[in-house]
Design a protein around this ligand. Structure first.
Ligand code: GLC
Length: 489
C-alpha cells in the first residue's frame, strides 16, 4: 500500500515536472521581446551620457571644487585639507606600520623603507574581514576589534623587528571616510559611508579612538599620520612616479585626492606650506548635480540606503552599488514581462543579493552560449532555465549600468585635470599621472576600459597622450606608511 502511494506521488511529481517545462517553454516564447527592448531603451536613454553632457558634469564638479575650497560647508564637495604638504622624496627610511580601514576588510601592514637606494625593502600584511555587526555596532567594539588584530600582528613578528627600548612603533592610519583633519595626525569623523553606521563615532577624533583601543590592548604604538585612502594612493603613487598628481579610488566606495596649490585654497588660513602645495581629499562621492543621470532605480536605492540624499555620485559609480542597480532594473522588468518565467524570482527581490563581482562575471562572459551568465543567474538569483536571449539581455543591463558608471568616473577625473590646468598641452609636454586603486577598477575590465576610452575622448587625442592612468596596487597602505615616515620624529 505504502509503496503504491510513493509510486503515485513520484508519478505526479514527474508529470508536474514535464508540465512545468512545457509551461516555461511556452512562457518564454510568450515574452514580448519588442516590448522588453522598448522598456530597456527608455531606461538606457535616461542613463545616456553623451560627451557634451559629461563635459557639463565635469564643469559643474569644477565649480563645486572651487566652492568647497573657498569655505567649509560651501559645497557638497567637502574638499578636505589633508595636511599632507610634503610628498615623498624617496629618502624615507625605517620600519613603519599602516592600518587600512575603509571597507568590509581591513589590513595591517609592516613596511621596511630603505631610503634613496633601497625603496620598499620589505612589506608584509594581514587582511581581516570585519564582521557586519561591527559596522553598525559600537565605536568601542569596532576599534577594539581592529586594535586586537593589530596587536596580534605585532605579537607574531620576529626578533628582527624588535623596537629599541624607549622607542615607539609608528603607524600611518588610512581611514577611508570623510574626516575633518585637525592636524596630520588627528581628525574628527564627519559621517560614515559605505554601509558603516555608528552614530557615536561621528564628531569624534578617530585617532584618539584607535589610540585608546590600542592602550586597552597594551599595544605601544603611536599614530603619526591619519590619511584617507585616496591620499595614501596619491602618495604611494608619487613614490613610484614623480608625475602623479591625483589618487582615485574606485572600489566599494569612490573618491579622489589631488595636489592643489596652497594659494588656491581660500579656506586655508595658516601660513602657506613651504612646498606651496597641499593634498586635498575631495570626497567626490558626495557630488550631486541635476546633470547626473539619476533614474527611478537610483532614487529608490538612495531612499532605502543608510544615508539617503548623500553620496549620490558614489551611488552611481562605485562597487558597493552597481550590482544593486542592475538587480533593481531586472526586478522591474521581470515584474512587467516574464523574462525569468511567470513568477518574479523571489531572490531577485532581496536587496544587495547581486554583488558587483557577480555582475562583472556576467558582463565578461564571452562563451557562445553565455554559460557563465546562466550559472550566475542560477547560483546568485535562483533563476534556472534561461534562454540565450534572456542571458544576453541581462548582459545588456550590466553593460548599461557599468558604462554609465565608468563614463561618470571619467568625467570626475577630467574635472581634476581641468582644475590643475593639465587639460591643455604644455610646451614641455609635461606628463600627468593619475594613480587609481580599488577592486572595481582592478577587476572590472569592461568598466576600466570604458573609463580610459571616455577620458581620452574628453581630453582629445593630443592631450590624452600626456595623461597616464596607472593602477596603484594597494598603494594606500604604503602611502600611509610613507607619510608616517616623512613626519616621523
Ligand atoms: C567613501 C569615503 C571616502 C573614501 C571612499 C573610497 O566615499 O567617504 O572617504 O575615500 O569611500 O574608499
Amino acid at each position: 500500500m505504502e509503496k503504491r502511494v510513493v509510486y503515485t506521488a513520484a508519478t505526479i511529481a514527474a508529470v508536474a515536472c514535464v508540465v512545468a517545462v512545457i509551461v516555461i517553454r511556452k512562457r518564454s516564447k510568450g515574452i514580448k521581446w519588442g516590448k522588453v527592448k522598448e522598456m530597456f531603451k527608455e531606461i538606457e536613454s535616461k542613463c545616456a551620457l553623451p560627451i557634451e553632457r559629461l563635459k557639463q558634469i565635469a564643469s559643474a564638479m569644477e565649480t563645486e571644487m572651487h566652492a568647497g575650497l573657498a569655505s567649509d560647508g560651501g559645497s557638497k564637495l567637502k574638499m578636505l585639507l589633508s595636511y599632507v604638504d610634503r610628498l615623498p622624496t624617496g629618502g624615507e627610511e625605517g620600519l613603519f606600520y599602516a592600518l587600512d580601514l575603509g571597507g568590509t576588510n581591513f589590513r595591517v601592514l609592516r613596511v621596511q623603507l630603505g631610503g634613496k637606494e633601497g625603496g620598499v625593502v620589505r612589506q608584509e600584511y594581514q587582511e581581516v574581514s570585519i564582521p557586519p555587526h561591527l559596522m553598525v555596532g559600537s565605536s568601542h567594539d569596532l576599534f577594539d576589534f581592529i586594535a586586537e588584530a593589530l596587536s596580534s600582528f605585532v605579537a607574531s613578528e620576529g626578533e628582527e623587528y624588535k623596537v629599541p627600548e624607549g622607542k615607539q612603533r609608528e603607524l600611518g592610519f588610512t581611514f577611508s571616510f570623510p574626516v575633518k583633519q585637525l592636524s596630520l595626525s588627528s581628525g574628527t569623523l564627519i559621517k560614515w559611508t559605505k554601509g558603516f553606521c555608528i552614530e557615536e563615532t561621528v564628531g569624534e577624533d578617530v585617532v584618539a579612538e584607535l589610540t585608546k583601543a590600542m592602550e586597552r590592548q597594551g599595544l605601544d604604538m603611536k599614530v603619526t599620520a591619519l590619511v584617507n585612502d585616496t591620499v595614501g594612493t596619491l602618495v604611494g603613487g608619487r613614490y613610484e612616479d614623480g608625475d602623479v598628481m591625483a589618487g582615485v579610488i574606485l572600489g566599494t566606495g569612490s573618491n579622489a585626492a589631488y595636489v592643489e596649490r596652497a594659494s588656491s585654497i581660500p579656506k586655508w588660513h595658516d601660513e602657506l606650506p613651504k612646498s606651496g602645495e597641499m593634498v586635498i581629499n575631495m570626497e567626490w562621492g558626495n557630488f550631486k548635480s541635476p546633470l547626473l543621470p539619476v533614474t527611478e532605480f537610483d532614487e529608490a536605492l538612495d531612499f532605502e540606503s543608510l544615508n539617503p540624499g548623500e553620496q549620490i555620485y558614489e551611488k552611481l559609480i562605485s562597487g558597493m552599488y552597481l550590482g544593486e542597480v542592475v538587480r533593481r532594473v531586472l526586478l522591474k522588468i521581470s515584474e512587467e514581462f516574464p523574462i525569468f518565467g511567470d513568477i518574479v524570482p523571489p531572490k531577485l527581490e532581496s536587496p544587495f543579493i547581486l554583488r558587483t563581482p557577480q555582475m562583472s562575471g556576467i558582463h565578461h562572459d564571452s562563451s557562445p552560449d553565455l554559460k557563465v551568465v546562466a550559472k550566475k543567474l542560477k547560483e546568485t538569483l535562483g533563476i534556472h532555465n534561461t534562454s540565450i536571449k534572456t542571458r544576453k539581455f541581462v548582459v545588456d543591463v550590466c553593460d548599461m549600468v557599468a558604462k554609465r558608471a565608468a563614463r561618470l568616473a571619467a568625467a570626475g577625473i577630467y574635472a581634476i585635470i581641468k582644475k590643475i590646468g593639465r587639460d591643455t598641452l604644455s610646451d614641455d609636454k609635461q606628463r600627468t599621472v593619475i594613480a587609481i586603486d580599488g577592486g572595481l577598477f582592478e577587476h572590472y575590465t569592461a568598466f576600466s576600459d570604458c573609463l580610459e576610452r571616455t577620458l581620452r575622448e574628453l581630453l582629445g587625442e593630443e592631450v590624452a597622450n600626456s595623461v597616464v592612468i596607472k593602477h596603484a596596487n594597494d598603494g594606500s597602505g604604503i602611502g600611509a606608511a610613507l607619510i608616517a615616515a616623512s613626519h616621523s620624529n
